[in-house]
Design a binder for this molecule. Structure first.
Ligand code: ATP
Length: 290
């Protein structure tokens, strides 16, 4: 294939949080976190090709998302062009499957995919650490999206340690018909009132041994204290998932998406059939590990 006409197509995977703890608030308003992030088999298809015009052209299957510099995938291409003085332009298409403003790192994963694709297309040969460093300029969740599987994230989310993930686990994801602003949720968080924090070390041991019972009982996200208060619908969905047989239920990120693990694909499918009627943005997905 002619190198100039080369096209790179990537699966930009979403994540869920098996745990999310907020340790402290920095003076600049950012928060130090400790979280277990797990990729799932729900992804946007991101296609990137080179053009000689030098322009960035973005298109997206979701007509509600911006296709200019407001889109984080556009910003990723722009940053790469600027940092590496790239004369070539890029044609980017995002086939959006991940719900937006959902707590699933949908935008972050698109940005990571574009950076990865440009690294390949422009022959930059940058290391994964360098790609993560570039991604971090765009968002705290972007560095994780260069990894495959599960990782323990610290700092603002950029200090990453790959760990054994939750393997072959089936879940139903439910996103209510509204989005949540991550900034708003962190802004409302009162660290002094959090009673239950995740037991991250215990969770890491459980993952290492694939001790399903301990993993399911260890699911914990301190941001629920904010989002569940602001949006009672999220609690309602959690209760529904449990009543349909989910063995462990949690909100992902700052929400509002909730996931519930089921003992089998069949059981998940059965619950999904009922939930889908009320929540069209419901999905049966499995965890993704390398
Ligand atoms: P995180 O879990 O990292 O907080 P999220 O899943 O909550 O992310 P996103 O889906 O990334 O949230 O969307 C957050 C906002 O970013 C939306 O309001 C959306 O308009 C904007 N946005 C910009 N680019 C994108 C993109 N490529 N995909 C999704 N949202 C985007």
């Amino acid at each position: 294939m002619n190198k100039d006409n080369q096209i790179v197509q990537l699966k930009a995977r979403a994540k869920i949080n098996l745990t999310l703890d907020v340790l402290s608030r920095r003076e600049n308003g950012y928060h130090d976190v400790e979280m277990l992030m797990q990729q799932i088999n729900l992804y946007d298809n991101v296609t990137v090709g080179k053009n000689s015009s030098g322009d960035i052209n973005l298109s997206c299957s979701d007509g509600f998302l911006p296709v200019d510099e407001k889109n984080i995938a556009y910003q990723a291409a722009s940053l790469m062009k600027e940092m590496y003085q790239l004369a070539e332009g890029f044609d980017i298409h995002i086939d959006k499957q991940i719900p937006v403003a959902a707590g699933l790192a949908g935008g972050s994963t698109d940005a990571a995919a574009v950076i990865k694709a440009i690294n390949q297309l422009s022959g930059l040969n940058l290391s994964i650490e360098k790609l993560q460093e570039i991604g971090f300029k765009l968002g705290a969740d972007v560095p994780f999206c260069f990894l495959e599987g599960c990782a323990l994230a610290r700092g603002l989310g950029e200090i990453l340690k790959p760990v054994r993930g939750f393997e072959h686990a089936w879940m139903v994801l439910v996103k209510p018909n509204f989005g949540v602003s991550t900034k708003e949720v962190y802004g409302e968080l009162d660290l002094g009132t959090i009673e239950t924090h995740p037991e991250t070390t215990k969770m890491l041991e459980a993952l290492n041994e694939q001790n399903k019972r301990v993993i399911l009982s260890g699911l914990c996200n301190v941001l629920e204290t904010v989002t569940l208060n602001l949006y009672p619908k999220v609690s309602e969905i959690k209760e529904k998932l449990s009543s349909y047989g989910a063995e462990g239920v949690l909100m992902s990120g700052s929400g509002p998406t909730v996931f519930g693990f089921f003992p089998s694909y069949e059981r998940a499918k059965k619950a999904h059939k009922k939930l889908k009627k009320q929540y069209p943005q419901s999905y049966v997905v499995s965890t993704y590990n390398q």
